[in-house]
Design a protein. Structure first.
Lengths: 306, 427
């Protein structure tokens, strides 16, 4: 079996069979990660470039680890150390990579659509590791993997994404992926951080977190970027925490366990209180391990489409 | 053109004189000598067969960016007027977002001189000067001097006149010289950082949006100021259904408002942005089907006076970047007539007669450069083949820049030539 596309650019429009295939493959890779010897020769001889035009520790490390576990030759460069700062256009950068006969490119960029652009100008498989506020498909996949592992299925689950949905690529990938797999998605946050017309995507919108808690199986709590306060999207972090923060006190009022996801890094006691982050229903560290497995699965399956 | 040219069998459409008939027209030394049902051919004349073609008063595009001075790598007056000539226009109005801005009479004079030099001056270049010094929106540009040097309108295009008091003064001052203030309508704080229409598609694509109200609020404010000062006000490249409603209501109240739309705003919607093709990025952004429908309705009922292109050339390098970084704008001169016939005439929104009004009669009236088609008048004409089907090929554009989202599109109708200032160009 192979995926229907040779790139992973977005979860929007990705067939459920493709998603299922990636999630299933990740099970075996997670098993490998728990072995004493964690390396397999799957991508031996393949060269992968990690092109990170935007700061990222977590995602880049996760991809690098996944690539090395699969025995690929790995080259990583960050924007600050690349020629991008010298005024080279993205297209020039891409063509240079192409000239070096790279097999796969993992790209993170602060503008939406850059992975699409790259997929049109070069021949390598492109994996979107986050493009602006558009999508972060491997994060969406690892969140779905984590939820499926926890609940046994995705169909019929109700997941609420909490916080800064407007600027979040994680939110978009979760919405598209989960909906395809039959889950219900709601969002909750201040009206200023909810994108226009998101209800037209079949998403219910909440502005009071206590209204949504009794209805959901899981919360995916987004990181609140500190600079959004300066941007005037909400009055203060204190107020945000008070009205949208996920706290033990709030969760205790609901008579059922709610699984807590967070893409990291966490602002403790802003969007998520420390006791919830470290609490029994938090799967945040599980997400990190699953992230490596999912990325191995994606790399393996895209490599296999050649 | 020291010669006699006989145009045979053309369909003369002249809304000013209410003529629509098949005629022969004899042009001698650039002037219309005779218009008659039949003029016998003669060895003295060069004969041009215009069977099934239209003879119209010279088309004008009152919203183009010629980029000179300052941005000659995108376009020059020479290349921009060539693009206009091959697009079917005998005149263009160039916007002042040059470097330096058109805020001094010397620059008005420079542009008009360059225009007269280009291609024997077949395309009239009428500068639109800036409202404020350096287009900074702070103090008035020397409006009287600019108008007397040849500027036909005032605009800080691209940088809206945001200060309501400056706008009021500009309207009052411009009114003394009977030139319109032409506003790029956008509340900067609302449009801030946006790159496409705000709505479902921008939410899906994760691109920052520009809400329609950013345009509408400024139109509403300016209409009130225009009414209060009893001054002429022109809305540039209107893009939303709400804007069409505001102008329609304004006209009903007797406010001296005119407005224009671009061909791209009645041809495509925000859906094309899904490609992340930077040639779909322009300001105002492409809107929704509802807005396209409202614009067509506004064209039909006469609310919208003018079709203008907002011809905005950018080099390939400038556009071949990510969507957020890419500059706003597309070239439009060479696709305008084709898109308009295809989308408006073929779809029965406008008659050919109305199309000529929107491309010639109305815009010329706004800037005071009317042409008459009558014996003894200078021949200022656009010739159109309304039936020809052709494919847009950006590589064949005469403009220095090729940034168009319409490459490969099949269009019906295009200009086949122009005549102006004693020159005839048939292509």
């Amino acid at each position: 079996m192979a995926l229907t596309s040779r790139h992973l650019l977005r979860l929007q429009g990705m067939p459920s069979d493709d998603i299922r295939q990636i999630l299933d493959a990740a099970i075996s890779f997670k098993e490998i990660l728990n072995r004493p010897i964690k390396k397999v020769p799957t991508l031996q001889g393949k060269t992968i470039v990690n092109l990170f035009f935007e700061n990222s520790t977590r995602t880049r490390t996760s991809f690098e680890l996944a690539e090395r576990r699969l025995s690929a030759d790995v080259l990583s460069f960050a924007a600050s150390s690349s020629s991008v700062t010298k005024g080279e256009t993205l297209k020039d950068t891409a063509r240079n990579i192409e000239a070096m006969k790279i097999d796969m490119v993992v790209i993170r960029h602060n503008a939406a659509g850059t992975s699409d652009f790259l997929s049109k100008v070069i021949n390598a498989n492109i994996i979107n590791a986050g493009d602006g506020q558009h999508e972060h498909p491997t994060q969406g996949l690892l969140d779905m993997y984590t939820l499926r592992e926890k609940f046994g299925k995705l169909e019929g689950l109700h997941v609420c994404i909490v916080g800064d949905v407007l600027h979040s690529r994680v939110a978009r990938s979760n919405i598209f992926g989960l909906q395809t797999m039959g889950a219900k998605v709601s969002v909750c946050g201040p009206a200023t951080l909810i994108p226009r017309d998101i209800d037209k995507l079949g998403v219910d919108v909440y502005h009071h977190i206590d209204d949504i808690l009794p209805k959901v199986d899981a919360l995916n709590v987004l990181r609140i970027q500190m600079e959004r306060q300066a941007g005037g999207f909400f009055p203060s972090l204190r107020e945000f925490h008070r009205y949208f923060g996920v706290t033990k006190e709030r969760l205790d009022k609901v008579n059922k366990p709610i699984t807590i996801l967070h893409p990291g890094p966490i602002n403790r006691d802003v969007e998520l209180s420390a006791d919830v982050a470290d609490g029994p229903h938090s799967v945040i560290l599980e997400q990190v391990l699953n992230g490596v497995a999912i990325r191995m699965a994606v790399l393996y399956l895209l490599g296999a489409t050649e | 053109m020291n010669e006699k040219i006989l145009l045979k069998n053309g369909r003369l459409i002249d809304p000013s004189s209410k003529r629509d008939e098949i005629v022969d027209m004899l042009i001698v030394d650039g002037n219309i000598a005779t218009i008659k049902a039949k003029i016998p051919e003669s060895n003295e004349y060069k004969t041009v067969d215009l069977t099934n073609k239209i003879i119209a008063p010279g088309f004008i595009d009152i919203h183009v960016h010629l980029r000179e001075p300052g941005y000659e790598h995108k376009e020059t007056i020479e290349t921009g007027t060539r693009s206009a000539a091959y697009g079917g226009f005998t005149a263009v109005c160039c916007m002042p977002n040059t470097n330096p801005a058109i805020d001094d009479e010397s620059i008005v004079t420079f542009i008009m001189t360059q225009g007269k030099k280009a291609h024997g001056g077949i395309v009239d270049v009428f500068p639109i000067a800036s409202v404020s010094k350096s287009r900074e929106g702070k103090t008035l540009a020397p409006i009287a001097e600019l108008v007397h040097a040849g500027a036909v309108g005032l605009s800080d295009d691209g940088a809206p006149v945001s200060d309501a008091n400056l706008m009021r003064r500009a309207l009052e001052y411009a009114n003394m010289y009977n030139v319109p203030v032409m506003q790029h309508c956008e509340i900067p704080e609302l449009a801030h950082g946006g790159v496409m229409n705000e709505g479902k598609v921008s939410t899906e694509l994760g691109l920052p949006g520009i809400p329609g109200v950013a345009e509408e609020i400024m139109i509403a404010r300016d209409l009130l100021l225009s009414d209060y000062t009893n001054s002429r006000y022109h809305v540039c490249h209107m893009s939303t259904a709400g804007s069409v409603d505001l102008v329609r209501e304004g006209k009903k109240k007797g406010i001296k408002v005119t407005c224009e739309v671009t061909p791209h705003h009645f041809t495509v919607t925000e859906e094309v942005v899904r490609s992340y093709d930077t040639n779909t990025k322009m300001n105002p952004p492409l809107r929704t089907q509802k807005d396209v429908d409202a614009i067509k309705e506004g064209l039909k009922d006469g609310t919208i006076d003018v079709i203008a292109t907002d011809h905005a050339p950018h080099s390939l390098d400038e556009k071949e970047v990510d969507y957020i970084q890419a500059p706003f704008g597309i070239v439009g001169l060479e696709t305008a007539i084709g898109l308009s016939i295809t989308e408006l005439v073929e779809k029965k929104i406008l008659t050919m007669h109305q199309l000529v009004e929107k491309f010639s009669v109305n815009p010329r009236k706004i800037i005071g450069k009317e042409v008459r088609i009558a014996e003894g008048e200078p021949a200022n004409l656009t010739f159109i083949d309304p039936n020809i089907e052709w494919n847009v090929e950006i590589s064949k554009f005469n403009s220095k820049s090729k940034n168009s989202p319409f490459n490969g599109r099949t269009l019906k109708g295009k200009a086949v030539g122009i005549c102006n200032n004693g020159k005839m160009l048939l292509y």
